[in-house]
Write a protein that binds this ligand. Structure first.
Ligand SMILES: NC(=O)c1ccc[n+]([C@@H]2O[C@H](COP(=O)([O-])OP(=O)(O)OC[C@H]3O[C@@H](n4cnc5c(N)ncnc54)[C@H](O)[C@@H]3O)[C@@H](O)[C@H]2O)c1
Length: 317
């Protein structure tokens, strides 16, 4: 059966890896950019993602054959007859809403609009749409052509039956999606990750541990089990009562500070972006920053292979 044509908006870091994932799953893709002069650069980025997958032995086709299915455009009319379009532009409510208004002028009333927002409530994004019930968060993790993560998020007005369709479609792309039936800022992973980040800053800024010590502990503890288990399965595996006992003592002492940590504010003021500009919590040269990026890509492939060896459906009804 022919795969449906999928639309995307935005060809930045995530837009390119999202397009790669969908192309590899066999769909033709219409990718809209606001910077058509950079079309070649974006196609090169997608090609680079495809080459990574080829090197890992994951591709059935050649990158050149896959790229034949890609159409890059800056014209919203190219989305005529598309049944799903996924937006992945900058994290700005106003900019994203402008995109949805344009999409509604060309899409059928039941075509799905998805947003790769990291943390904007979907209810906020769907407010003012002519057909808000077809709007969802479709939250990917970078690099989207490698990771299995996806959260499909309903806003207050979303139609859950359409959300279930998105979940099935994403499963056919090799994703393992979670469905959020009710909207909440930050969704699942970002809520939990930011709670962890707040505590990490608390420990460092109050002199309990260094940045290196926090990273080392987390990598060697949580890092060893979280891909396999998730927090609830982990409590089952390691004995539930101990967690209850610790919660009683520890919850009142965890950081609950709403203020932004001074350390990150200062770094950003000084222009730090992380390995992207070789300036971050750690010191880098251009060369070591590139090395860290490459290692992270290699690790993402390895962890994907490792996770694939361990079924997660034992005992499912
Ligand atoms: N980077 C991540 O790890 C990550 C993870 C999950 C979700 N997200 C989310 O994905 C989205 C994109 O993030 P990114 O990291 O790819 O950012 P990015 O800055 O790399 O890319 C954003 C792209 O959007 C384009 N753009 C801006 N306005 C546009 C418009 N009106 N029409 C078309 N294109 C437009 C820009 O030219 C740029 O290429 C954000 O909402 C972000 O929060 C990012």
């Amino acid at each position: 059966m022919d795969k449906i044509q999928i639309g995307t908006v935005g060809l930045g870091l995530m837009g390119c890896s999202i397009v790669t994932c969908i192309l590899v799953a066999g769909h033709p893709v219409t990718a809209l950019t606001n910077n058509i002069q950079q079309k070649e650069e974006s196609v090169k980025r997608i090609e680079a993602c495809l080459l990574q997958l080829k090197e890992e032995g994951i591709l059935k086709e050649t990158p050149a054959a896959i790229l034949q299915r890609l159409h890059v455009t800056d014209d919203y009319h190219s989305f005529n007859n598309h049944t799903i379009v996924i937006e992945s532009i900058i994290e700005s409510v106003d900019e994203k809403k402008k995109v949805y208004r344009q999409l509604e002028t060309v899409l059928a009333t039941d075509a799905i609009i998805g947003s790769n927002t990291s943390a904007i409530p979907v209810t906020l994004l769907q407010a003012g749409l002519q057909h808000p019930e077809r709007m969802f968060g479709i939250h990917w993790a970078e690099p989207a052509h490698i990771t299995r993560f996806m959260e499909v998020i309903c806003g207050d007005k979303s139609d859950i039956t359409l959300a279930e369709k998105v979940v099935s479609l994403a499963e056919s792309w090799g994703k393992e999606p979670s469905l959020l039936r009710k909207d909440i800022r930050g969704f699942i992973t970002n809520r939990i990750m930011y709670a962890m980040l707040r505590e990490a800053f608390y420990l460092v800024e109050n002199g309990y541990a260094t940045i290196e010590d926090v990273d080392r502990s987390l990598r060697n503890d949580l890092g060893y089990w979280i891909t396999f288990a998730g927090p609830f399965r982990f409590m089952d595996l390691t004995g539930i009562p101990a967690y209850l006992a610790v919660m009683k003592e520890l919850f009142p002492e965890l950081s609950n500070d709403a203020a932004i940590p001074a350390t990150i504010e200062k770094l950003v003021e000084e222009g730090a972006k992380g390995v992207a500009n070789a300036k971050g919590f750690y010191s880098y040269t251009e060369a070591t920053a590139r090395q860290w990026e490459e290692l992270f890509t290699d690790f993402s492939f390895d962890i994907r292979k490792l996770a694939g060896k361990y079924p997660q459906n034992i005992g499912d009804q």
